[in-house]
Ligand binder design. Sequence first.
Ligand SMILES: NCc1[nH]cc(CCC(=O)O)c1CC(=O)O
Length: 312
Amino acid sequence: MQQKTIKIGTRGSPLALAQAHEVRARLMAAHGLAEDQFAIVVIKTSGDQVVGSLADVGGKGLFTKEIEEALLGEEIDLAVHSMKDMATTLPAGLTISAMLPREDVRDAFISLAYPSLDAVPAGGRIGTSSLRRQAQVKLRRPDLEVIGFRGNVQTRLKKLADGVADATFLACAGLRRLGLTDQITASIETDVMLPAVAQAAIGIEIRAGDEDNNALTGVLNDERTALCVTAERAFLRILDGSCRTPIAGLAEFDGDVLRLRGQILSPDGAREFSTVKSGSPASAIRLGEDAARELLDRAGPGFLSSSPASAT
Ligand SMILES: NCc1[nH]cc(CCC(=O)O)c1CC(=O)O
């Protein structure tokens, strides 16, 4: 295959690096390549520099912008992303060539004091900067206080240890990839907390029409993961059109049938709409779009526009 060094672009957080290393290892195994045939290129993104809530600055896309520019500028050959952090529409000239097999899609409840969300006493402080998790917590436990909690996985675990909050939530997938599953107090079933669209999926992005890197990375694609994430992102794309709100969505295979669950909430959790759509894998995009249109219809005009932005 390629003789020259394959440049893999990634953010510099420990989780992003672990994901880039996983892609490198899979490419080495698939093609019999050596580690020194790759270079991991760390790129700082706007999202890494935000100190307040991501919701205030536009959320999604912030963690990918500079990496995508490097891809378009041919400074790197491929980029590794959490699909959860990607905007629903890619910049012109770029494409997702593969998604790795999906990790555990659930959110993890993490607390040094309480075994479960239900066990947190009234007035307890839940640290999260995800509008989705905030709304879902408020829906279930309106008596709890939600406080902002940003930073990478390690930073948030440190804040928890420092007593800044009584509990927090992180994606099980990220903790697993970091070898931090021992930090998980309880994995929350998806009927209790429906995950973010594309949670636990890693995508590889290349330049559209780049046949060499398409062949290199395409072999890593997990078709079922790609179909599920395609349905979820179609769901998000319709809801995202004008503005943003707490949104959750998860597609799964039930035998050969694709089943998508979608949910939208008001940020305070007081209003919630959810739906389920099933169909053939070939109708993945339509399932997502139908679910989104149904929720928009039921929630009524103004539901989305009355809420600020949401990402994770
Ligand atoms: N928004 C940050 C982000 N992007 C992807 C993950 C976790 C890994 C994944 O969902 O693939 C996280 C952290 C978190 O939500 O705990």
